[in-house]
Design a protein around this ligand. Structure first.
Ligand SMILES: Cc1cc2nc3c(=O)[nH]c(=O)nc-3n(C[C@H](O)[C@H](O)[C@H](O)COP(=O)(O)OP(=O)(O)OC[C@H]3O[C@@H](n4cnc5c(N)ncnc54)[C@H](O)[C@@H]3O)c2cc1C
Length: 217
C-alpha cells in the first residue's frame, strides 16, 4: 500500500481513491504515455511523454539535452499523471454527467540512469513493453545513440489512484425523467499494422504484432 500523504490524500470523492500497489501498477502498465508536470523558471509546464515501469520505478526517456529530461535528471520535483478513459457517463441532468476512468498521480524526484549497461537494460525493457521480442531483431544501438538518450527513473513512493466505474449517479427524483441515460464505453486499441512502403520484400509481420493486433502476417 502507498501511504496517504498530505499531497496524495484524496479530498474530492475519497471513495474513488485507491492506494494499493496492484491498482497503481496496473494503470501505469496499461497506459502508453503519461504527463509530467514540472516547474521551469517559476512557471508550471505539463509535458506528455512515453513511460514504462520496472518494479517500483517509473521510467521515462528522451533526448539527453531536452528541457524535460535535463530537469528531471537534475532532480527537479515532478508530478506525473496517467489517465485511462473508460467511458462517457450520460446522466439525466447535465450536472451529473461524468466520465469513467482510472488515473494515477505520482509525486517525487527522478534520478538519471547512468552507464551503458544500465541504459541498455532500460531500453530493452521499454521495447519489451511495446513489442515483446523485438529488441533482439533490431540493429544494435550505437554508442552515440546511447549517449544521446537520457533515461530517468522515478521511484514509486508517493502515489494515488482514483477510479470511477459504473452507471450515472442521478438525483433520486430524476430517475423518472424520460431521457436515455447510461455509459458509452471508450476504448483505446491497436489497429491493423501498416507496413513501411520502404519495407524490403519478403519480410512478414512478426508474430508479436499479430498477437497484439489480431492482424494476419
Ligand atoms: C478523465 C477524467 C476526467 C475528469 N473530469 C473531471 C471534471 O470534469 N471535473 C472535476 O472536477 N474533476 C474531474 N476529474 C477528477 C479530477 O482528476 C480530480 O480528482 C478532481 O477534480 C479533484 O481535484 P482536486 O485537486 O480538487 O482533488 P483533491 O482530492 O484535493 O486531490 C488531492 C490529491 O488526491 C490525488 N488525486 C486527485 N485526483 C486524482 C486522480 N484523478 N487520480 C489520482 N489521484 C488523484 C492527488 O494525489 C492529489 O494531489 C476527472 C478525472 C479524470 C481521470
Amino acid at each position: 500500500m502507498f501511504e496517504k500523504t498530505e499531497r496524495t490524500k484524496i479530498a474530492r470523492k475519497p471513495d474513488r481513491g485507491r492506494y494499493d500497489r496492484e491498482t497503481v501498477h496496473a494503470i501505469i502498465d496499461e497506459a502508453l504515455y503519461c504527463h509530467v508536470g514540472i516547474v521551469v523558471n517559476e512557471r508550471p509546464v505539463v509535458i506528455p511523454t512515453a513511460h514504462w515501469r520496472q518494479g517500483d520505478r517509473l521510467y521515462m526517456h528522451g533526448s539527453r539535452v531536452s528541457r524535460l529530461i535535463e530537469a528531471m535528471a537534475a532532480g527537479a520535483d515532478i508530478c506525473v499523471t496517467i489517465t485511462l478513459l473508460d467511458g462517457l457517463v450520460l446522466a439525466r441532468s447535465g450536472f451529473h454527467h461524468s466520465m469513467n476512468y482510472r488515473s494515477v498521480v505520482i509525486f517525487g524526484q527522478a534520478a538519471p540512469i547512468e552507464g551503458r549497461r544500465a541504459k541498455l537494460a532500460a531500453m530493452r525493457a521499454f521495447m519489451e513493453r511495446i513489442a515483446p521480442g523485438r529488441w533482439d531483431e533490431l540493429r544494435p544501438p550505437t554508442g552515440k545513440e546511447i549517449a544521446a538518450t537520457g533515461i530517468v527513473a522515478l521511484k514509486l513512493d508517493e502515489a494515488s489512484a482514483k477510479v470511477r466505474a459504473g452507471p450515472p449517479a442521478d438525483d433520486e427524483a430524476d430517475y423518472a425523467h424520460p431521457v436515455w441515460a447510461g455509459v458509452v464505453p471508450v476504448t483505446e486499441s491497436l489497429g491493423e499494422p501498416v507496413p513501411d512502403p520502404s519495407l524490403a520484400p519478403g519480410i512478414a509481420l512478426p508474430a508479436y504484432l499479430g498477437r497484439r493486433t489480431g492482424a494476419k502476417g
